[in-house]
Unconditional design. Structure first.
Length: 249
């Protein structure tokens, strides 16, 4: 049996003041699966993601990446193997789009030709024209275009796992819906393992093969959209489902 792409085994994260950001997390993601991670502010979503790319270490328990404990992997090399899209896109304002996309390939020592070929392949995948934008700067693009570039940058070194921290949260509804369509199209073509943090139930249901629901640092339920809609495991999940149906009208 293939190892899980991502796994947290009895993981907890405790702060110096004794409070817990995450507690008793038992969690697994299959290769090629999109796992949506949803919860309100303070639920532990960002801490969860930071455990996965080893920006922080669990107080107890273990994080396992593709069958190997994260704690024995070099953190810098690990992060270069994982694609990452932060909330605001995180593009460097004084770098061109080409330079931004090629950040990790450059760090990995790819040749200039390899980097250019990658830009010319990835930007069209994101519905962006390299000839028009590769030498422009982030400030010259719209918010939706910048987020497309941020996703292209996360894919540049062809990682098998991509972590996305509310990548569409700051966009207007129409742009957000368009980028969700783009995300689904990309996943169909590339079959990456994705962890998508969101606070939007509709987005989680639309984009996630399975969904993890967090509340106050504890997992409430992990399941497919159908399982969560039809068999909510806790009163909190039941309330979320009620709100989801009410919002849809």
């Amino acid at each position: 049996m293939k190892p899980w792409a991502l796994e947290i085994q009895q993981g907890s994260k405790q702060f110096p003041d004794g409070t817990y950001a995450l507690q008793n997390i038992e969690w697994r993601v299959k290769e090629g699966e999109t796992m949506a991670l949803i919860g309100e502010s303070g639920s532990g979503k960002t801490t969860f993601l930071r455990l996965l790319n080893r920006l922080i270490a669990p107080t107890t328990g273990a994080v396992v990446i593709q069958g190997e404990p994260a704690c024995v992997q070099d953190p810098i090399q690990l992060r270069r193997r994982l694609g990452y899209v932060p909330q605001d896109g995180g593009l460097f304002p004084h770098w061109t789009i080409r330079q931004n996309v090629c950040l990790v390939p450059h760090l990995l020592g790819w040749s200039s030709k390899q980097q250019l070929d990658r830009v010319n392949k990835l930007l069209p995948l994101m519905n962006l024209n390299p000839a028009q934008i590769a030498e422009r700067y982030p400030i010259e693009l719209s918010g939706g275009q910048r987020q497309r570039v941020a996703v292209a940058r996360a894919l540049a070194a062809d990682p098998t796992i991509v972590l996305l921290d509310e990548p569409f949260g700051a966009l207007d509804p129409l742009t957000r819906h368009d980028l969700q369509d783009q995300f689904l199209s990309l996943q169909t073509q590339l079959h990456k393992t994705m962890v998508l943090v969101t606070h939007d139930m509709s987005e989680a249901f639309r984009l996630g093969d399975r969904i993890t629901i967090l509340k106050e640092g504890r997992i409430q339920q992990v399941g497919t959209p159908h399982e969560i809609l039809h068999s909510p495991a806790t009163p909190y999940v039941h309330l979320l489902v009620q709100h989801y149906h009410a919002h849809r009208g």
